[in-house]
Design a protein around this ligand. Structure first.
Ligand code: DGL
Length: 290
């Protein structure tokens, strides 16, 4: 594999794409991936995006690997129907358990959020002790641990924090209860002298202010930021050739009543009404998408 430098450690080598006006496809188990889309739009304001949030089946984080893989295939197939040139798996859980299969099965490049975040964490730690928090499925997969230790003699301390997703969705971003739960989850990681903490779930970047306040000496790694940087390297900089207003079509598999409120928190700006696609109408077969 040829390697390219650019973000600290070498990147996987994808050929930089020639100018291609097709959109970039992004999917997540729900609305959390909008925290990744936010960085993609900021980094590539001249691109078009198609986002699918599987709001009917969220959360994925406590489901079995096989179920997550089958959902991920359907979401990817839907995006390919929209003629996307690249798929960004904006979900840590899917990136942890299904990325290799998607890369084998799909006809366009696929990037996940774990490798870019792992690379950034490895290049920024001084203590060589890195904390990782995520859903049960992400932590049980040990995908972050494997991705981080590839970069050297590093110690990874990880913990599933399933209560943080509902807290963030409720907007409890800095309450006494939130602080107590964070403290309980992070105590063993802090005891290991971590100086870097990977926010290995789409929802956790919204907790950045409270985490920074509680642990000012710990560097937080937001996977969306580093995934966007990697995606930009792959699609190339064609800013001079394209309009600089990012355009996004948002699809969801269920119109949840609080979508607009919660989604705008993740995206950091007002969100247009999403288009609903029912799960029954999603493509089911990988043959249709190869
Ligand atoms: N998007 C998921 C992740 O980043 C969190 C929500 C879920 O469990 O589906 O892991």
């Amino acid at each position: 594999m040829k390697l390219r430098r650019g973000l600290g450690f070498p990147l996987r080598n994808f050929d930089v794409m020639p100018r291609d006006s097709r959109p970039i496809g992004v999917f997540d188990s729900g609305i959390g991936g909008l925290s990744v889309l936010k960085h993609l739009m900021q980094t590539m304001p001249h691109e078009r995006f198609v986002y699918l949030g599987d709001t009917a089946r969220v959360p994925y984080g406590n489901r079995s690997t096989e179920t997550v893989k089958s959902y991920a295939r359907q979401c990817s197939a839907f995006l390919l129907q929209h003629d996307v040139k690249l798929i960004v798996v904006a979900c840590n859980t899917v990136s942890a358990v299904a990325l290799d299969e998607l890369r084998k099965e799909l006809s366009v490049p696929v990037i996940g959020v774990i490798e870019p975040a792992a690379r950034e964490a490895a290049s920024s730690t001084s203590s060589r002790h890195i904390g990782v928090i995520g859903t049960r499925a992400t932590i049980n997969s040990e995908a972050y641990t494997h991705a981080i230790i590839q970069h050297g003699d590093l110690h990874v301390h990880s913990r599933a924090c399933p209560l943080l997703v509902p807290l963030v969705e409720e907007g409890w971003l800095d309450t006494a209860a939130t602080r107590a739960i964070i403290e309980e989850y992070l105590r063993p990681l802090i005891a290991q002298q971590i100086d870097t903490l990977v926010l290995g779930c789409t929802h956790y970047p919204l907790l950045t202010p409270v985490l920074t306040d509680m642990y000012p000496d710990v560097r937080l790694v937001d996977c969306g930021q580093w995934t966007a940087a990697e995606a930009a390297l792959i699609v190339g900089d064609h800013a001079d050739e394209q309009p600089s207003i990012p355009m996004v079509d948002i699809y969801v598999t269920d119109a949840t009543p609080t979508f607009n409120l919660v989604a705008s928190r993740f995206l950091g700006m007002p969100v247009n009404e999403p288009v609903v696609v029912t799960i029954d109408s999603l493509p089911t077969s990988v043959e249709r998408i190869s």
